[in-house]
Design a protein around this ligand. Structure first.
Ligand SMILES: Nc1ncnc2c1ncn2[C@@H]1O[C@H](COP(=O)(O)OP(=O)(O)OP(=O)(O)O)[C@@H](O)[C@H]1O
Ligand SMILES: O=c1[nH]c(=O)c2[nH+]cn([C@@H]3O[C@H](COP(=O)(O)O)[C@@H](O)[C@H]3O)c2[nH]1
Ligand SMILES: NC(=O)CC[C@H](N)C(=O)O
Ligand SMILES: [Mg+2]
Length: 519
């Protein structure tokens, strides 16, 4: 992206589980960053012209012949670099040091001793002190490349932190990005602010301005349609794009028949009530529900929905005389869970309809101004743009809607059953004053029938699962600990009021190992 390039940091992802956290910590230090997988890092480097580079950890070993490498352009760039774990090992491996396959690694809490001064420790750590850090490595650096000196050590890693002041390259064996390295955020801040010399004045206001320029540049005088779902991401995207290009923008809300109770009418009237942005309301429920008939595989359901969304957007674009661009409120977690780069570091968990679910053939080009942000950052941007709380505070709702909350085959009838149960659950959550304490809550209709007894008669009906999680960014989540009285009240109401459900269960699975949605 064309954001003030010299004020940005590039994070090269070698496939660590916690690369996203590096980006967060850098943003918390007031510096803009982008993550690129190692095999797309050269392109990102040329495009961004970053003031510094951070190299992530990895499940791989630098001693693997095909292990990921730092691209030469980056290695030879003369820019400040910070290597974390695998990042450190690959710097040493590629710069003439030595790495050994570890016989005993260090996993979890460790203590390092500060042995020498280092720019990373400025105002933070003094020589002779001991500090807690978080380790997760099997291999280790056994010999430093020329020009490097050790500045901290742990019992398992003599080169826990190393420095090359002349080249402005620093590296550590532990993970500063995780919360279990208590001073880690400050170490990263010292790198981006002091070593890279960045001013740290990156804020959401800054992001807003830069994005508006970028949207104008990308779109020119062409027309854009924006998929608007009523969720926070697309509402923020629409308002931001409208600020950039005014009446070149038309929003399209697609009712795919997989919305929650009353949601379609609510979204449309809420948006029209607050914004003077043209909004088309399309009823495409027959198209979606017919196409889903007989489909039970989660990925195939998602791919069909992604493709059908695009069909509908293209039809609507024609009706307004054509549109060159399609805007979506795609966020970073949608991208990272969907995308698997060939030979690259992360695996596909599920194809989010707006990323991995897109058809290969697309006439319109994408405008996705939120693609690098996490949900809590989008909410902050929403507040910055003055969006009312009804938009900013809404629980997320996935684009494929109830289709991924009805494992197995979806039908209009099963959607109706689920809508009723879900509405009761959310009403009880609101009545108990818990809506804002929960990140996302919903009911699931299982393809399992069980036997019950009601009014002395036998029932044989479906099971309803209840899910509620806490999270900040949707990447990890924990279950919400309702009290038993609340859950039994909801269960009783659902069984009494919803025909077709005779049993209710509560989902106790965190993410990981579960995902938030069931499909
Ligand atoms: N029913 C819909 N009609 C039009 N566009 C949609 C619809 N559902 C999803 N989209 C598009 O897909 C994008 C991704 O959906 P997603 O659910 O992640 O975001 P959101 O709905 O905007 O926000 P939230 O995550 O809070 O629900 C949306 O930002 C929007 O552009
Ligand atoms: O727009 C979307 N299109 C999708 O295909 C999709 N799949 C999951 N989600 C939402 O993403 C967050 C993380 O969900 P998971 O833990 O289930 O992957 C949760 O907030 C999910 O609701 C989606 N949103
Ligand atoms: N967390 C990491 O980057 C680990 C690097 C490498 N796989 C090791 O075990 O040493
Ligand atoms: Mg949504």
């Amino acid at each position: 992206m064309s954001i003030q390039t010299s004020e940005s940091v590039l994070i090269v992802d070698f496939g660590s589980q916690v690369t996203q956290l590096i980006a967060r910590r850098v943003r918390e230090a007031g510096v803009y960053s982008e993550i690129a997988p190692f095999n797309a890092a050269e392109e990102a480097f040329n495009r961004m012209d970053p003031a510094g580079i951070i190299l992530s950890g990895s499940p791989a070993s630098v001693l693997d012949e095909n292990g990921p490498r730092i691209p030469d352009v980056i290695l030879d760039s003369g820019r400040p670099m910070l290597g974390i774990c695998y990042g450190q090992q690959s710097l040493m491996h590629q710069m003439g040091g030595e790495v050994l396959l570890g016989d005993a690694g260090e996993f979890g809490r460790a203590f390092i001793e500060i042995e020498d001064e280092c720019a990373l420790f400025d105002g933070l750590w003094e020589v002779g002190e001991k500090h807690q850090v978080w380790m997760s490595h099997g291999d280790k650096v056994s010999q430093l490349a020329e020009g490097f000196r050790p500045v901290a050590s742990s019992p398992g890693a003599p080169f826990a932190v190393i420095a090359n002041d002349e080249k402005r390259i620093y590296a550590m064996q532990f993970h500063p990005e995780v919360v279990h390295t208590p001073d880690g955020g400050k170490l990263l801040k010292n790198f981006v602010r002091h070593v890279c010399g960045l001013s740290g004045d990156w804020t959401m206001a800054e992001f807003r301005k830069a994005k508006i320029d970028e949207i104008r540049e990308q779109v020119g005088d062409k027309r854009v349609i924006c998929g608007l779902s009523g969720g926070v991401d697309s509402a923020v995207a629409a308002v931001l794009i409208h600020e950039a290009i005014g009446d070149q923008l038309t929003c399209v809300f697609v009712d795919h028949g997989l919305m929650r109770m009353g949601e379609a009418e609510q979204v449309v009237s809420l948006f029209r009530g607050h914004y003077n942005i043209p909004l088309v309301h399309v009823d495409a429920s027959t198209l979606f529900l017919k196409g889903l008939e007989g489909e039970t595989d989660p990925e195939r359901k998602r791919k069909f929905i992604g493709k059908t969304f695009i069909d509908v957007f293209e039809d609507e674009a024609k009706k307004i005389g054509g549109a060159e661009f399609l805007a979506q409120g795609t966020l970073y977690p949608d991208v990272i869970e969907s995308v698997s780069f060939t030979g690259g570091p992360s695996v596909t968990i599920k194809s989010h309809h707006n990323v991995g679910g897109l058809p290969e053939r697309m006439d319109m080009k994408l405008v996705e101004p939120l693609r690098e942000l996490f949900k809590d950052e989008v909410r902050e941007l929403g507040r910055e743009l003055g969006l009312p709380d009804v938009f900013v505070g809404r629980h997320p709702f996935p684009g494929p809607g109830l289709a991924i909350r009805i494992p197995g085959e979806v039908s209009r009838e099963r959607c109706d059953i689920l809508r009723k149960a879900d509405a009761i659950y959310l009403e009880e959550i609101r009545n108990a004053g818990l809506y804002d304490a929960i990140w996302q809550a919903f009911a699931v209709l299982l393809p399992v029938k069980t036997v019950g007894v009601m009014g002395d008669g036998r029932t044989y009906d479906s099971v309803c699962g209840l899910r509620a999680v806490t999270s900040t960014d949707g990447m990890t989540a924990d279950i919400y600990p309702f009290d038993a009285a609340f859950l039994s009240r909801v269960a009783t109401r659902i069984i009494n009021e919803v025909k077709g459900i005779n049993r209710v269960v509560y989902d106790y699975t965190s993410k990981p190992p579960g995902t938030i949605e069931w499909e």
